[in-house]
Design a protein around this ligand. Structure first.
Ligand SMILES: C[S@@+](CC[C@H](N)C(=O)[O-])C[C@H]1O[C@@H](n2cnc3c(N)ncnc32)[C@H](O)[C@@H]1O
Length: 336
């Protein structure tokens, strides 16, 4: 099939992602068709046996096949793509004469989020620089870009560790989705801390903010409500505490100079719900851009992460949390 026809087909499959009416059936079909189109072009197949992940000093990089599977986390893909499009359009309105420069770190084998917005933009609106740690992922993106004839939207394709790479320019937007629930395992925080220094003063992060906070939740009530058997009232069935980590531009810039910025404690003598069926869990809230938000259980990356039954904390003074960046980043806690 020629470039123009392929691009038309691709554009048709992108459309449900940007339709304001949310229809998961249509979206599921669209993502399956996108995947089929990508593999016909010769890109990495999400259903192939994954090859090894890469263990880095500040997080684990998923294998290219696992990176490809992210396409099917439909709410994630939709919310990020819609947020990115709005962010580019908003910045472009302020900067009419120059394209918006987007640095996309951890682009995976499809450069997915950048590709999805292209049907709605011109190369004068946006220029993408893509980084991934896997050469096979970058080769896979290049095949798609060439087949769709959208090379003019891309400035650079880089195989590098995004926590170390030193760009030769600054950017309007740093886009990265290298995360799991509660910001565990993958290097979203390390990548953001490093690359935030290459964002222009007027530029921003996408997602603009990620919060992970401890919540005591009546999980039986929530499950019953999900099954349609009960009501769930977050005012009485869940108690959220201050975030352990708030990852935004301001904190990422601050992290270079301040140690331990991601810490919090809960003093347990004030807590009235240390009893069954309350559970202590970590919840993740992702503010992608404007009204594009992912919250508890909207996507795989915002599933609640169970820590312990609240009753295990009876008789204790406090629980102290901190977010650590090492080979296996995430929230650690100690009970006093
Ligand atoms: C969760 S996948 C997301 C893929 C794509 N951004 C998407 O939204 O579909 C994360 C990607 O980040 C890449 N990655 C992880 N750590 C990295 C690092 N330190 N440097 C560059 N790429 C990295 C992985 O190879 C993988 O392709």
């Amino acid at each position: 099939m020629n470039q123009q026809l392929l691009f038309q087909q691709f554009t048709a499959y992108c459309k449900p992602i940007f339709d304001d009416s949310l229809n998961y059936g249509t979206l599921k079909t669209a993502t399956e068709k996108l995947h089929q189109l990508f593999i016909e072009i010769g890109a990495i197949n999400a259903y192939e046996q994954p090859i090894n992940r890469k263990l880095l000093t500040n997080g684990e990089a998923l294998s290219p096949q696992e990176g490809a599977l992210c396409l099917f986390d439909i709410a994630r893909t939709r919310t990020f793509a819609r947020g990115l499009l709005q962010a580019i359009q908003q910045q472009k309105a302020l900067q009419v004469n120059q394209p918006i420069e987007v640095l996309y770190a951890g682009c995976g084998p499809y450069g997915l989020l950048s590709l999805l917005v292209i049907p709605y933009l011109t190369e004068a609106d946006v220029q993408f620089t893509l980084i991934d740690i896997f050469d096979s992922s970058i080769q896979s993106v290049k095949k798609i870009v060439e087949a769709l004839g959208v090379g003019s939207f891309f400035k650079n394709f880089i195989v590098a560790d995004a926590t170390q790479y030193i760009p030769t320019q600054t950017f309007d937007i740093l886009l990265t989705e290298t995360m799991q629930q509660a910001l565990k395992k993958e290097p979203q925080v390390a990548i953001t801390h490093h690359l935030v220094h290459f964002i222009k003063p007027t530029g921003f992060l996408l997602p603009t903010q990620i919060d992970v906070y401890p919540v005591f939740e009546n999980t039986s009530k929530r499950i019953a409500a999900l099954m349609g058997n009960d009501d769930y009232d977050s005012n009485v069935d869940s108690y959220a505490h201050a975030p352990i980590i708030t990852l935004n531009k301001e904190n990422a810039l601050r992290a270079q100079h301040s140690k331990n910025i991601y810490e919090t404690s809960i003093h347990l003598h004030d807590v009235a719900y240390l009893k069954a069926p309350y559970q202590l869990q970590l919840q993740t809230h992702i503010h992608v851009f404007a009204n594009e938000i992912l919250t508890l259980n909207n996507a795989a990356i915002t599933l609640g992460f169970q820590l312990m039954p609240a009753a295990d904390l009876l008789g204790k003074q406090a629980i102290h949390f901190k977010y650590v960046i090492n080979e296996m980043p995430g929230v650690q806690y100690c009970i006093a």
